[in-house]
Design a protein around this ligand. Structure first.
Ligand code: ARG
Length: 589
């Protein structure tokens, strides 16, 4: 369906041209004075200069033209030359009926230019537990993926595991200390990988920090870890078998953790998958004359004339020939192009990596790893801070594990819900989990991604204010009214949305019409916070309408059925929106 603002602009455009004024002046926007009107056009002010007339003369003529237009309840010219519009209630109800008839998409059309978009988010490191830093990438990336899918794009999510480098050598070294008899340490090992991994996930998560601590104090240990890393990367069979065990154990655990967050990936690729592409990529960069040796290292210049700050060269190989994080990201682009040829790759990563990605993207373009039809986009997010404004920590001051954070919020929610309701234990636990997830995700997504934000458990879990639980509460409220209406056995043959009968009803109806525009903008600007802002307005409009209107006690059956249709549409849209944000609503709370 066409967006409401576009329809109004089209109508106003006809009036401008009929009066002899250029159509570029006819742009209509939402009113910034909702007390005076619903939509406005300031074009007459600008047109005044070109036509050398007083702005109100132009506005008057346009308003006169629209006087009997069925789209408007009023179209007024206001001095010094504004045009103020109120929509006709019948026209508005007609638009909403069309939205309602579109039961899956509520009038938000799929794009007619679908793109293939890969989205790199998550970025967990194997053998290390997920911490709150990984939370933002998962939450934001998942939402962008879902918004894109809803808009009709092919979205491919890749977790991009950190599964390469010294951390692997450290684990292998520590394993060797603890279990020297493992067959994998036999230098001549070439065998199959037995199905049973020689460690559990909890062991693995303890091994890594131990090894990392030892390597900082013990130079010989560190040397051994570097040697193990080198041998792993140069084909030592036993170590590769260990790597695949480490990966299996880690990934199983990661999948479980992400599933708890309602986050899933299409691809479970990692840094290690890019390694086979490095030699040819490097050779080509050299052959084409882009890569050269500088102070022993192999680099590609990426600075541009228009730079206002220094962009250092992109380092491809260290002087000892070892590859880097850069090299892996570039080689990852190689296989992504080869296997998928996406129109776009979006990276949802901590904004402190922005300069790094500028180098990688420029290098990829310059050396033609991607062609001009593929765009590389960095979506950097800010830090999640505690109430003290510093990066979020445990009460003891340590790094907060994601699972612990989630169970803390679950517990908080469980208390609230059992205070409010008598529910059996299982339902209370399930409901707490659903509501807690909305608190965490909405708390994050309602901020512009690039900004830091304060993770405030009390505020995020509140049922009032701009929070996830408030949105869910609104949905649950509608579910309950709809259930009561059904239970009363109403049967209205021709139930349809009727022209608004009150200010609050009209305000709700106007909010509903904004759905397609809100989704479109959220996708175009990769900005899930725009969906949050929209549903907060919509939930407020619904609650206002609810408080001002007797719905279940309404005596006129057709009017009541109209209210019910409106509630159903509002519920459908809110549920669609929270689905693209990556959470859902319970039956009651
Ligand atoms: N593993 C990295 C980290 O924990 C994040 C990876 C981000 N994605 C990428 N393509 N570099 O910092």
């Amino acid at each position: 369906m066409k967006k409401m603002l576009d329809l109004i602009t089209e109508e106003v455009t006809k009036a401008f041209t009929a009066c002899g004024y250029d159509e570029k002046y006819a742009k209509v926007t939402l009113s910034n004075r909702p007390d005076l009107c619903e939509y406005q056009c300031n074009g007459a002010m600008a047109a005044a200069k070109e036509y050398k007339k007083a702005p109100f003369m132009i506005a008057d003529a346009v308003a006169e033209q629209l006087k009997d237009d069925p789209m408007f309840a009023s179209a007024e010219s206001v001095k010094p030359g504004f045009l103020n519009f109120k929509l006709d209630e019948g026209y508005l109800a007609g638009y909403l009926r069309e939205m309602q008839a579109d039961t899956e998409r509520f009038g938000c059309d799929k794009t007619d230019a679908p793109k293939k978009i890969m989205i790199d988010y998550g970025g967990p490191n194997v053998a290390k537990p997920l911490h709150v830093g990984h939370l933002r990438s998962a939450i934001i990336g998942e939402s962008i993926k879902r918004i894109g899918r809803f808009m009709g794009h092919e979205m491919i999510g890749d977790v991009h595991l950190g599964d390469w480098g010294l951390q692997m050598g450290l684990i292998i070294t520590e394993l060797k200390v603890r279990k020297p008899d493992l067959v994998y340490f036999d230098e001549s090992y070439t065998g199959e990988y037995p199905a049973e991994p020689p460690f559990t996930i909890s062991e693995l998560e303890e091994i890594y920090p131990t090894a990392s601590g030892k390597s900082k104090e013990d130079a010989v240990y560190k040397e051994a870890a570097m040697q193990a890393t080198y041998e792993l990367q140069h084909g030592r069979k036993g170590y590769q078998a260990l790597l695949s065990h480490i990966l299996n154990v880690s990934v199983t655990d990661l999948k479980k953790n992400y599933a708890n967050l309602n986050v899933s990936f299409d691809l479970w690729k990692g840094e290690s998958d890019a390694q086979p592409y490095i030699p040819d990529m490097v050779q080509k960069m050299k052959d084409d004359g882009y890569a050269y040796i500088s102070e022993g290292a192999l680099v590609v210049d990426v600075k541009e004339d228009t730079d206002t700050k220094e962009i250092p060269p992109c380092m491809i190989l260290k002087s000892d020939g070892a590859s880097l994080y850069n090299t892996t990201d570039l080689a990852t682009i190689v296989w992504r192009m080869k296997d998928y040829h996406p129109d776009e790759i979006i990276y949802v990563v901590d904004k402190r990596q922005e300069l790094y990605f500028t180098q990688v993207f420029r290098c990829a373009k310059k050396t033609h790893l991607v062609d001009d039809t593929t765009s590389l986009k960095f979506l950097g997010f800010g830090t999640m801070n505690g109430k003290d404004g510093k990066p979020f920590k445990t009460r003891e001051g340590g790094v907060m594990r994601l699972e612990h954070l989630v169970s803390e919020i679950n517990e908080e929610m469980y208390k609230k819900i059992t205070d409010n309701h008598t529910m059996d234990e299982a339902e209370a636990r399930d409901t707490a989990k659903i509501v807690a997830l909305s608190a965490i995700k909405y708390g994050d997504l309602s901020n512009q991604a690039s900004k830091d934000y304060i993770f405030d458990i009390e505020r995020f879990t509140s049922f009032e204010g701009n929070t996830g639980p408030y949105i869910l509460y609104t949905i649950v409220r509608m579910k309950s009214i709809l259930a009561k209406y059904k239970a009363a056995g109403h049967e209205v043959a021709d139930a349809k949305i009727l022209p608004a009968r009150s200010e609050s009803e009209k305000a709700l109806m106007l909010e509903l019409t904004r759905f397609n525009a809100a989704m479109e903008t959220a996708f175009a600007e990769t900005a899930p916070h725009k969906v949050c802002a929209y549903i907060y307005d919509l939930a407020n409009a619904l609650n206002h309408f609810y408080h001002e209107t007797k719905i279940l006690a309404e005596e006129d059956e057709a009017v009541q059925a109209g209210y019910i249709c409106l509630l159903e549409l509002t519920k459908g849209i809110l549920e669609k929106c929270i689905d693209v944000l990556g959470f859902s609503a319970p039956e009651r709370m």
